[in-house]
Design a binder for this molecule. Structure first.
Ligand SMILES: Nc1ncnc2c1ncn2[C@@H]1O[C@H](COP(=O)(O)OP(=O)(O)O)[C@@H](O)[C@H]1O
Ligand SMILES: [Mg+2]
Length: 422
């Protein structure tokens, strides 16, 4: 085939970040050779900047319109890491991102206006922005330092080829109310760690303590949000959240429980949709229910495993803000697994970077000293932002070629604490 024009519709969106990066490079190499005319549809601003001569955002529909054209004048070849030093890259990235955020907000406002005008909609208003009483009681604890202690945790799987130690020597303490992002390449063992902390996978060595009690087995004081929330499709959003809540607050009155459920559904932006059946919700809305459900359980520890990995980047940005907003109010201790560098920085007090498996462990810990609360638009303006970004990207790049080569130049058993100042 020798087409005149190549049309690519999100060809890489479903892949993990590392594979995506590799294929982006290949795509560019092929394009360089033939200089075919290409139209690439993408939801990833970085992908657009790396590959394109021009970026044209689409304003959200109904009746979608074409936004302004952003010329990408960065010299080729464009190196994913080096580009972080380029002021032109930072400026363009901020410009396109802000354009998309604003176009998204505008569309949301218009749609919300349409909803308000419609009949049969009775939005449920929360009387107060304060956290429900039942929630506050359940969340109380005198322990603040070392609220979570993960000590030399190890996981060995039995495989047909013999035992495989996926994770070892994983040691991490967390204070109450801390938010940690756990980042690493696909397959390094992030989910394994999270699943052990959740009590869903037994540990093969070491120990995990939460609020002075050893973790053994799953329990409602550790809420987990997965990539796709497992909702009961025939129940409404409200009923799905209520399921867990009714079990967690046995001493609360039905009215108090209802308050908890509705408070969180409202916080995640589902006040008007809480009576819809889960099967009628979009993926983004389902994930909102998953987040509301997790917070409504008043967990001591909130565990998120690539919660936005399946969503397009604009929905992902929305939900990251929702997550930050809800988290800010509840200050629940949280670990969020991600392979998205921007997400890791946006959300976390600390970024824990994992080496590649087998025998994966913590390779580096980065304190994130960016002001809270954060918005994506503010971060893109912050002078330190790209330093954090580069630090994490650099770590991931070191491990791109597997554990063996990287193990020699990184101390894999001690965590190196670094602040990215100066
Ligand atoms: N039940 C299992 N049996 C055998 N190997 C497993 C099992 N679960 C995970 N693994 C292996 O452990 C490693 C880490 O997997 P995982 O924690 O899912 O990685 P990540 O979440 O970072 O992508 C992978 O090599 C995976 O194949
Ligand atoms: Mg995983």
């Amino acid at each position: 085939m020798d087409p005149d024009i190549l049309l690519l519709d999100e060809p890489l969106s479903a892949l993990d970040a590392l594979t995506r990066a590799k294929l982006q490079d290949e795509l560019e190499a092929i394009w360089e050779k033939d200089r075919k005319t290409v139209i690439l549809v993408t939801n990833d601003v970085d992908e657009a900047i790396l590959l394109a001569d021009r970026i044209i955002p689409l304003n959200p529909g109904p009746r979608a319109t074409q936004g302004p054209s952003f010329a990408v004048t960065l010299p080729r070849p464009r190196d994913r890491a080096a580009i972080n030093h380029d002021p032109a890259f930072k400026a363009l990235r901020a410009e396109v991102t802000n354009y998309l955020i604003e176009a998204g907000n505008l569309a949301k406002k218009e749609n919300a206006g349409a909803q308000r005008a419609a009949p049969n909609v009775t939005p449920i208003r929360v009387k107060t922005l304060e956290l429900p009483k039942a929630y506050l009681q359940a969340a109380a604890s005198p322990v603040t330092r070392k609220y979570v202690e993960i000590f030399e945790v190890k996981k060995t799987f039995a495989t047909p080829k013999g035992p495989l130690t996926a994770v070892e020597n994983f040691t991490l303490n967390m204070d109450k109310g801390e938010f940690v992002s756990l980042i690493g390449h696909s397959g390094c063992g992030k989910s394994t760690v999270l699943s052990m902390v959740a009590g869903l996978t037994p540990i093969s060595g070491g120990g995990i303590i939460l609020d002075n009690r050893e973790v053994s087995g799953a329990g409602p004081e550790r809420a987990v949000v997965f990539q796709s929330p497992s909702l009961m499709p025939w129940l409404t959003a409200r009923e799905n959240v209520a399921l867990g809540v009714d079990r967690v607050y046995p001493h609360a009155t039905p009215a108090e429980r209802r308050d908890v459920v509705e408070y969180y559904l409202e916080r995640v932006g589902l006040a008007d949709a809480m009576h819809k059946r889960a099967s009628d919700l979009s993926n983004g809305m389902k994930q909102r229910v998953g987040i509301a459900r997790a917070f409504a359980l008043s967990p001591k520890l909130l565990l998120l495993d690539e919660p936005f990995g399946m969503l397009d980047s604009l929905t992902r940005w929305d939900l990251q803000e929702v997550l930050m907003e809800v988290w800010k109010r509840s200050q629940v201790t949280a670990i969020c697994v991600t392979h998205d560098v921007d997400e890791a920085i946006l959300l976390a007090d600390r970024i824990v970077m994992m080496t590649n498996g087998p025998n994966a462990t913590i390779g580096r810990i980065l304190d994130v000293d960016l002001p809270l609360p954060r918005t994506r638009a503010q971060l893109l303006q912050h002078p330190d932002y790209y330093r954090y970004r580069e630090e994490v990207l650099q770590f991931l790049e070191e491990f791109e070629h597997g554990a063996k080569s990287a193990a020699s130049n990184t101390n894999a058993t001690t965590s190196i604490k670094r602040a990215a100042h100066g």
